[in-house]
Design a binder for this molecule. Structure first.
Ligand code: ZN
Length: 179
């Protein structure tokens, strides 16, 4: 197979590293070609195709062909149709425990930076990001120390998921869910 450069997603920094796509030799139900990758969470559509490749997510062809969507969005004032469609029709669904609406701020979708790993979070030492994650996790725990321990231990496969989004202004928006 000839190596193709992977498509870029403006609102999802690295869906290949963040498990929104997984390796697969199955043919894509949209373009018909086996392209080495499939969308892990698929598409919300009556047709419910098994395999959709990243390229057919990125160019909107899978959403068109299957009359489906990948994500739903928060309702906010000033959100353009173009931005809404970029999220619903051309951005893969992040792998999370629960359904969620894509966060928006200042009339625009936030950019999804990926899952939190506790060890990486504290190693990279971004004070604003750590504070935002602490606050989001603490909302689910009575005991602050317990919340802190859960965040520090957070890792792939953990029954608590912590997801980091960033607004265009640079603020962090954190979602937390549980298995
Ligand atoms: Zn395809």
């Amino acid at each position: 197979m000839i190596a193709e450069s992977l498509p870029h997603f403006a609102f999802f920094v690295d869906p290949f590293k963040d498990d929104a796509f997984e390796r697969s030799e199955e043919a894509c139900a949209c373009c018909g070609k086996p392209r080495g990758w499939r969308a892990t969470c698929g598409i919300y559509s009556e047709a419910d195709p098994d395999t959709i490749c990243p390229w057919c997510v990125a160019d909107g062809s899978a959403a068109r062909k299957f009359r489906g969507h990948f994500n739903t969005l928060e309702t906010v004032d000033g959100l353009s149709q173009e931005h809404a469609k970029a999220i619903t029709e051309r951005t893969p669904l992040p792998l999370t425990w629960q359904d969620f609406d894509w966060p928006c701020a200042d009339g625009e979708p936030c950019v999804y930076l990926g899952h939190v790993r506790g060890d990486v979070l504290f190693e990279e030492n971004d004070a604003a990001k750590i504070a935002a994650c602490r606050e989001a996790v603490a909302a689910f725990y009575e005991d602050e120390a317990e919340a802190q321990d859960r965040l520090a231990a957070c890792a792939p496969g953990d029954n608590m998921g912590v997801y980091v989004f960033r607004t265009r202004a640079g603020a962090y928006r954190i979602l937390v869910d549980f298995d």
